[in-house]
Design a protein around this ligand. Sequence first.
Ligand code: MG
Length: 271
Amino acid sequence: MKTWIFLAAFVAARLLASQAAFVEVVTNGVAGFKDTPMQPDGKWHVHDPERPQPPVVMSGTFSEKATPPCDAVVLFDGKDLSQWRDKKTGGEAPWRIEEGIMVSAKGDIETTNQFGDIQLHLEFREPTPAQGEGQGRGNSGVFFMGQYEIQVLDCYINKTYADGATGGLYGQHPALANACRAPGEWQTYDIIFNVPHFGAKGEVETPAFVTVIQNGVVVQNHQAFRGATNWRSPGKYTPHGPTGPIALQYHNNSVSFRNIWVRPVPVVNDP
Ligand code: MG
């Protein structure tokens, strides 16, 4: 009995300590953190609520009948989740298919295939009516090589710390623009991702680079990752191989996806 009481007290104390260690602050209506490490540029904390918000850019028109190029590797065409698996267990992907649309649920998923330098297209739709605020509204994400995240969030009239908004390299680089459409509207991501390269001792020779076009608006222009995505940390590289899976995040919100395809696009170093 005594052991149980001691254990319960210990767990409660740890819980309180861990909550106290992460103090969210609200500045100008933006919730974020000031007790996190500084970014390497020394200007902002990771998830700093005072970091400038990406300017809002209203996107142009959008075709509802987009189809993949003929040489694309189709990752989702509305029929099944055969190209995906549960990221944690490697088992069946736990997401739902509803009327040809993939809906996030239960856990992260990743492709069964591995990719290197690629062009990725996907379409996503945030839940309507919008629920939650900040990071709690329509949160998902696209992880290249399973570890470098481009954030997916409902940032339509929803502020969050700049390095955690849609189109951002989460926790690292905010988007150049907020091109979010309203929840319930389909949005596009066209992303070019270049893998990082490591030297013989594991040092970073070239970082991972990413260019992101959201709804026809460039929101990242050949931006370097500072390392694998992490919460409350500016990111760190751990050497890895030349290919990895594409993962999609489940972050307690039901986000819809459709028309997902990829094209391997080698980097040609030929000036
Ligand atoms: Mg996310």
